[in-house]
Design a binder for this molecule. Structure first.
Ligand code: SF4
Length: 225
């Protein structure tokens, strides 16, 4: 597995836990709002040194009793298939909790990971009929499958959407795909780095309120952050 980055401590990426975050290189999506060029675009990935798994596990060994868990995000971790499963087994054997951040495009891999992970956050990028347009990959049926696997898994979870140039109707449709569900978070696009498309996005604040009133009852927890 190619590890493109390691954040040694985070208090915000794993709800209620102190964790480290490991960033895997490579992604099968090309979301226009993505600002992780160095983890997504092959020509950018090449420019950055990788962290070996040995070095990562040595780091983890040194954090026993200090960190609760490890967040695995990307890029898209599930493109590594069984390599990711083995990676998670090793983390688990060392006694750490695991949170997986995923774009949901590999339901078979997610299914294999369910016994190993403690929290899963899946991005919902667009209404199903706009997935290809938004991500560059025709994967709507896989997204639907992943949603069902996660909801039935017994693992704590959240679905989340970074709002960019979506319409109100788009957001209502995404809420419909996943509801009823435990947790849904809408994330404001933060204009802090150059995106892979070079575009920036602004969603009207008053539209968040309109959406909130329409969909908050569909979820145990609904947040805008
Ligand atoms: S799925 Fe995530 S990492 Fe991949 S292109 Fe989209 S925002 Fe970037």
């Amino acid at each position: 597995m190619n590890i493109g980055g390691l954040q040694k401590v985070t208090l915000i990426d794993y709800p209620g836990k102190i964790a480290c975050t490991v960033f895997t290189s490579g992604c099968n999506f090309r979301c226009p709002f993505c600002y992780s060029k160095e983890l997504v675009l092959p020509e950018e990935i090449k420019k950055h040194p990788l962290i070996s798994e040995d070095d990562f596990f040595s780091f983890l060994d040194s954090k026993k009793g200090l960190l609760d868990g490890c967040v695995i995000c990307g890029g898209e971790p599930t493109i590594y298939g069984n390599e990711l499963v083995d990676f998670c087994k090793k983390i688990k054997e060392k006694g750490f909790l695991i949170k997986l951040d995923t774009n949901g495009s590999n339901p078979k891999v997610i299914k294999k990971l369910i016994p190993l992970i403690d929290y899963i956050a899946m991005d919902i990028k667009a209404p199903l009929d706009k997935y290809k347009e938004m991500t560059g990959l025709d994967c709507a049926s896989k997204i639907k499958e992943s949603i069902e696997i996660i909801k039935k898994s017994g693992v704590d979870y959240e679905f989340r959407t970074t709002i960019t140039d979506h319409s109100i109707e788009d957001v209502l449709q995404m809420a419909e795909i996943i509801s009823p569900a435990k947790r849904y978070c809408l994330q404001r696009f933060i204009d802090e780095k150059e995106t892979i498309s070079g575009k920036t996005f602004k969603f009207k604040e008053e539209n968040f309120e309109i959406i909130k009133e329409k969909i908050k009852g569909l979820f145990d927890v609904f947040k805008i952050r």
